[in-house]
Design a protein around this ligand. Structure first.
Ligand code: EAX
Length: 323
């Protein structure tokens, strides 16, 4: 009898000891957008890379299409470690850590190369590290893309044409300030917004080209203007609470898988933009390809004076890098 109890105990303890090694660790990852979106493409790539590199020790469960809430709610759940990771547009980070405004300033980045250089350089590092103060481990930046304006009221060529348009903006005080400065009537609203556009609750919105295609905005928005007013990144984040429980080796593996996924996402997104533009025209959108951007720049120039940055040294570093 004693022997049996002893063997049972041995079995029990060995099972318990074995559990952490054998069981796959499940990472819940949230994106608000749907399959085919820039966010979800990064998430899928990350899943593929991490699951194969960890030999199945990690499983990544992707929650997309708002199945666990909008981007603000995804971030709140990551802070609390009810989900572990997310690929989230920079915009809604604004209310969690205003330091991100520094890379959402309008007409900041000339082109993709400059965006990459800054986001993958020292300034990007400062922003990612700063997120720890609000419970996130910032891993890297992936790409949503340069944002363009669409609306259903009239062609927009100059900033004056924007006056009075009811434009949906992300949950970001900076984005609201941008459209206020441009004379629009900005309405913060979480993603998705198809119904609101369709019903005319809002006249327009602004997003990268892939959004107009994947969400079929060509069905409900007549005019598009290639304003490229903000380069929109995603921040690929983990819950700091969860991150601190991982071994350094696992942290490095996850970090590297996400970096690669982000690079993959950027390449993929950029390679498809020309075809997207052609498709949107084919679908009947009237596209202003050469708007008077000087008129836009003039109206938002004053924003520089706003106290947008928690740390002035970040602002001056950015300006130096843009010289
Ligand atoms: O990619 O809310 C937004 O406008 C974002 O760009 C959204 O993630 C769609």
């Amino acid at each position: 009898m004693k022997k049996i109890i002893f063997s049972l105990l041995v079995l029990l303890f060995s099972c318990m000891a074995g559990t952490p090694v054998l069981a796959a660790r499940v990472i819940k990852l949230g994106v608000v957008t749907k399959p085919g979106s820039a966010q979800n493409i990064v998430a899928e790539k990350f899943k593929e890379l991490l699951e194969s590199r960890s030999g199945g020790r990690y499983t990544v469960q992707i929650f997309h299409s708002k199945s666990i809430g909008n981007e603000t709610e995804i971030l709140q759940q990551i802070q609390m470690n009810t989900i572990q990771m997310g690929v989230v547009t920079v915009g809604p980070f604004d209310t969690f850590d205003p330091i991100v405004r520094v890379i959402n300033y309008p007409f900041l980045f000339r082109d993709n190369a400059q965006a990459d250089e800054i986001l993958d350089g020292p300034l990007g590092r400062i922003i990612l590290d700063d997120l720890e103060s609000v419970g996130f481990k910032g891993l890297c930046f992936s790409e949503n893309g340069f944002r363009n304006l669409t609306n259903n009221k009239r062609p927009v060529r100059t900033a004056d044409d924007v006056r009075g348009l009811k434009i949906r903006v992300m949950a970001s005080p900076l984005h609201k300030a941008i459209w206020q400065a441009l004379g629009a009537n900005p309405t913060p609203m979480p993603w998705p917004i198809y119904t609101e556009l369709e019903q005319g609750v809002i006249d327009g919105q602004e997003n990268p080209l892939w959004v107009m295609v994947v969400y079929k905005f060509y069905e409900i928005q007549k005019y598009m203007t290639l304003t490229r007013h903000v380069y929109s990144a995603h921040i690929d984040v983990a819950s700091l609470m969860w991150w601190n429980t991982l071994s350094p080796d696992d942290q490095a593996m996850i970090q590297e898988a996400m970096r690669e996924a982000a690079r993959f996402g950027r390449r993929d997104n950029r390679a498809r933009n020309a075809a997207r533009l052609a498709l949107l025209k084919e679908k009947g959108m009237i596209v202003e390809e050469h708007p008077d951007l000087a008129s836009f720049r003039a109206k938002v120039a004053g924003l520089k004076e706003m106290k947008l940055y928690r740390e002035p040294k970040v602002h001056s570093l950015l300006l130096k890098m843009l010289e």
